[in-house]
Design a protein around this ligand. Structure first.
Ligand SMILES: Cc1cc2nc3c(=O)[nH]c(=O)nc-3n(C[C@H](O)[C@H](O)[C@H](O)COP(=O)(O)OP(=O)(O)OC[C@H]3O[C@@H](n4cnc5c(N)ncnc54)[C@H](O)[C@@H]3O)c2cc1C
Length: 478
């Protein structure tokens, strides 16, 4: 059956799809948004990702802080009511769902088709027997958790981000496979609720994409909280629903026991059922082939979000949407450029990273100066017991006016994701670090650490010649 034609069709209504669809609708275009179901609107972020995980982390942090209060004589006893934790998570999702659902989108003026979409022509997609045509089509179908590929894994009580927020009881002992952001955040939150957690990671450090030395600080904190972290190790075989063989890189093996397994071992891109070949879209190396402008080999079809096979974050999906929107209207086409990308692992402490890391600077032969500022002398960190924190910044060499720019950096501290924001702005807006030096920070905000790093840098530049000049100036001008 022939449906209607649209200026733009967006397949998938998650972080990326909604960003494109909502803007195009507000700009006066005829928009069709497609979602597998009404519940799927909001995508992974609302339903199975950021929102439920951050709500869970919030609860876990409250519980952890209550336990910490015992050192001041307040003894909190008893078990958490897991049902209430899950109800809290659901209630937060429902609040957001009020403006992420089919009726709401329709009220905004967007057409909505519910069902699985697939291409039937260059500019045509079919949903539930109806064919819709679009001048432009955006594939924003996201990704799904990669499955554990271990002999015997069919025996497991198997959890991933698509079913863990549906649990009705906390597993006594949870094996988490994968030490990336999802594995780390979930391990800590579930452990704080009361599970015994073992995290197994094949790499030599958790959070491989982050700076080793800051990830190491987090690793120590996780272990101090009682999480068993096995690095350089892989689950080799599942022998029963509660037992697996863990193989370490040195060849040794041990049997580990658990009640359930949470897999956080990467993501599969969602495009296999889209019949992209019907639209002349090429696929290479398990990905839709795209150019730097997020365009597929069909000039009217674009990708947005996780399915692009690039960085998989909600804000990366929103960034893709901004590139597409710019390129729909401007002769000055924007390319995908992750130079100013950032991410936060919402563990406690948080680990926040932005811009270039050292590997990229070396690979790009970009000259830089590395500054490391520990929090151990920071008054706020001392009173708040996060004097283990660290800020690392990569700075450009001084220009002829003596000013330096921020090329990238990383911070570990509670609230690092917020504290680092001004550094990210200085990075992306190419503002000199002197702006941070000259800023007046109310004492004792934690973000004064940003200024302290610049102060340390200035102090380092006090060479004997500079000191001599200062002595002369002091003599004449005081
Ligand atoms: C546990 C977890 C925690 C996370 N935490 C964070 C975080 O704190 N911060 C952050 O930035 N990111 C986080 N992420 C990542 C973030 O959720 C994703 O990067 C983001 O949701 C990707 O957006 P998207 O638009 O590409 O895809 P999605 O939001 O997944 O949307 C894709 C939609 O397309 C639909 N779809 C797929 N195929 C079809 C089809 N054929 N027809 C119709 N519809 C289809 C899907 O059902 C889905 O609804 C987290 C992810 C997980 C799993």
């Amino acid at each position: 059956m022939q449906g209607q034609s649209y200026d733009i069709i967006v397949i998938g209504s998650g972080s990326g799809g909604l960003s494109v669809g909502l803007f195009m609708n507000r700009a006066g275009f005829r928009v069709l948004m497609i979602s597998k179901s009404n519940r799927d609107i909001g995508g992974d972020c609302l339903n199975d990702g950021c929102v439920p995980s951050k709500a869970l982390i919030h609860v876990a942090e409250l519980i952890h802080k209550a336990e910490l209060a015992s050192q001041f004589g307040l003894n909190v006893a008893g078990k958490i009511d897991f049902g209430k934790v899950m109800a809290y998570i659901k209630s937060r999702q429902e609040l957001i769902r009020k403006h992420e659902n089919a009726d709401w989108l329709k009220k905004e003026g967007i057409s909505v088709a519910i069902g699985n979409a697939y291409f039937v022509g260059k500019n045509e997609v079919e949903v539930e027997g109806k064919i819709y045509s679009g001048k432009k089509i955006v594939i924003a179908t996201g990704s799904t958790p990669a499955k554990l590929n271990i002999p015997g894994s069919e025996k497991l009580r198997y959890l991933d981000n698509e079913n863990i927020f549906e649990l009705d009881a906390l597993p006594g002992k949870l094996l988490v496979v994968g030490g990336g952001p999802i594995g780390v955040e979930m391990s800590q939150a579930i452990s704080r609720l009361g599970s015994k957690v073992i995290m197994v990671h094949s790499g030599k450090m958790i959070l491989d994409r982050d700076e080793h030395s800051v990830a190491e600080i987090l690793l120590t904190k996780l272990r101090q909280e009682g999480i068993v972290v096995q690095l350089n190790s892989k689950i080799e075989e599942i022998v029963s629903p509660n037992k697996g063989i863990l193989k370490h890189d040195d060849g040794t093996r041990e049997t580990i026991e658990f009640d359930a397994v949470f897999a956080a071992v990467g993501r599969d891109l969602n495009f296999r059922t889209l019949c992209v070949e019907k639209a002349g879209i090429q696929v290479k190396n398990e990905k839709i082939s795209i150019d730097k402008y997020l365009r597929t080999s069909n000039k009217d079809v674009f990708v947005c979000g996780d399915v692009a096979g690039d960085l998989k974050f909600s804000h990366a999906a929103e960034f893709h949407a901004r590139i597409l929107i710019n390129n729909f209207f401007s002769p000055f086409k924007k390319k995908l450029d992750n130079r100013y990308m950032s991410w936060v692992t919402f563990s406690d402490p948080q680990l926040a990273t932005f811009g270039f890391n050292e590997k990229e600077l070396l690979a790009g032969k970009i000259r830089y100066h590395k500054m490391v500022q520990d929090f151990n002398m920071d008054d706020r960190a001392i009173v708040g017991s996060f004097d283990y924190g660290r800020l690392i910044l990569y700075l450009s060499p001084k220009n002829i006016f003596g000013s330096q720019k921020i090329l990238g950096g990383t911070m570990i501290a509670p609230g690092a994701g917020e504290m680092i924001q001004e550094l990210m702005l200085a990075n992306s807006a190419r503002i000199s670090i002197n702006a941070i030096f000259n800023k007046i920070y109310p004492y004792p905000v934690a973000s004064r650490i940003n200024q302290q790093l610049v102060v340390t840098l200035k102090e380092e530049s006090l060479t004997s010649t500079v000191k001599r000049l200062l002595k002369i100036a002091f003599k004449f001008f005081h």
